[in-house]
Design a protein around this ligand. Structure first.
Ligand code: KG4
Ligand code: ZN
Length: 367
């Protein structure tokens, strides 16, 4: 009996050693031809799991979206009033294979047709990022195709190429839940950070003010809707005085809180507060885009990120066309987190190296 047991565990150990050997095989950094200018069709399958959306997409030559599948976890996190990292990671694990299979099916292709695999490597929630990254790396190993790791912020900017003919050079305002940045896109492979928020990101400010107004998570879209019913001139908030390309929203958030505290809860003019807040934010953002465009002598402007879905910011941005600017904004479904933007970035920003040894990271290094 005792002898039998030891034989079983010996077998197990042998299998374990074999598996480790298999995955420790050296990774070659061979040159892989991916990217524009190669005169051929390139199909990239990408994953995105940096926060609370499990996404996979198939994109042809960086612009034509063959499929874009997003499984949102919003319902799950809503009851906590924000994203719970551990819950997000577990949910990604449950959904990732289904989402990838669905993306392939909707694109009408098989793994044989894929030129390269890609995924977001950061910034984001580490546990969540690891799920999408390991899924894409594994597919790349199994099918012996290149893997390209993508920065989530570069990807939001590249969403401007999806389904459009928009081309660099342009100034892009990236506004998401975690970031607010002004970026100069000089060419497909160059994205230069001009300035960013010194405190809260715009999406974060939207979500916090929305919570003050008793709106559900994530508050941005709800606040945007409510603002349409309000008087944007009722409350005058001052814009933060910071360096020309930088932003600050914590003062505005506090000023909004002070206004809310002046009213009894059932008398709070929620729509007026929302409209006044939205007016200040959108005016600030457009003013900064204009400064960056004029000082860098660029006549094309764009927005990106979840907050780029905001109706007032889009309206003011498209008004710039009357001042001679060429304007672009991604379709709504490509503003919030998705994998099509990751596939596009892998195509346009790929450094043509296999990157199977790349690791995830949670935060961007400051400039
Ligand atoms: O880019 P994204 O999907 O995730 C991050 O990378 O952070 O952005 C999510 C953010 C949330 O803060 C959400 O409230 C905000 O985008 N958002 C909006 C709107 N739609 C999404 N904020 C204002 N107006 C909207 N219509
Ligand atoms: Zn994002």
């Amino acid at each position: 009996m005792c002898y039998c047991r030891s034989r079983v565990s010996f077998k197990k150990i042998k299998i374990k050693i074999m598996l480790i050997k298999e995955f420790k095989r050296p990774i070659s950094n061979k040159i892989v031809p991916i990217g524009p200018g190669l005169n051929k069709y390139q199909i990239i399958l990408a994953t995105e799991t940096s926060c609370d959306e499990t996404a996979a997409a198939v994109v042809l030559n960086g612009r034509k979206v063959l499929s874009n599948v997003v499984a949102s976890q919003i319902d799950i996190h809503q009851k906590f009033g924000g994203v719970v990292p551990e819950v997000a990671a577990r949910q990604h694990l449950e959904s990732i294979n289904i989402v990838i299979e669905e993306a392939l099916k909707q694109a009408g292709i098989t793994y044989k047709d894929v030129s390269a695999f890609s995924s977001t490597v950061g910034p984001g929630l580490v546990g969540a990022l690891l799920v999408g990254l390991n899924a894409a790396k594994t597919l790349s190993l199994v099918h012996d195709k290149p893997f390209i790791g993508v920065n989530h912020l570069n990807a939001h900017v590249c969403a401007n190429y999806l389904g459009s003919n928009f081309e660099p050079p342009f100034i892009c305002l990236l506004v998401s839940g975690g970031h607010t940045q002004l970026i100069k896109v000089s060419s497909y492979s160059e994205q230069e950070l001009l300035g960013e928020t010194l405190d809260d990101a715009v999406g974060e400010a939207y979500d916090k003010v929305a919570r003050l107004l008793g709106l559900p998570y994530p508050g941005g879209p709800f606040l945007d809707k409510l603002a349409h019913e309000g008087d944007k001139k009722r409350f005058k908030f001052t814009q933060a005085k910071v360096d020309k390309y930088d932003f600050s929203f914590s003062g505005l958030k506090t000023a909004t809180l002070r206004v809310c505290q002046q009213f009894k809860e059932d008398e709070l003019p929620k729509a007026d507060v929302a409209a006044s807040f939205q007016e200040t934010v959108s005016e600030t953002l457009i003013k900064k885009i204009l400064i960056a465009a004029e000082e860098n002598n660029v006549n094309k402007v764009a927005i990106a990120g979840g907050v780029a879905a905001n109706s007032e910011i889009r309206r003011k941005l498209f008004d710039l066309a009357n001042q001679g600017f060429e304007v672009n904004a991604p379709e709504f479904k490509y503003c919030t987190d998705n994998a099509a933007m990751v596939a596009s970035t892998a195509y346009f920003l790929s450094n043509i190296m296999e990157e199977l040894d790349i690791e995830v990271f949670s935060r961007v290094k400051s400039k």
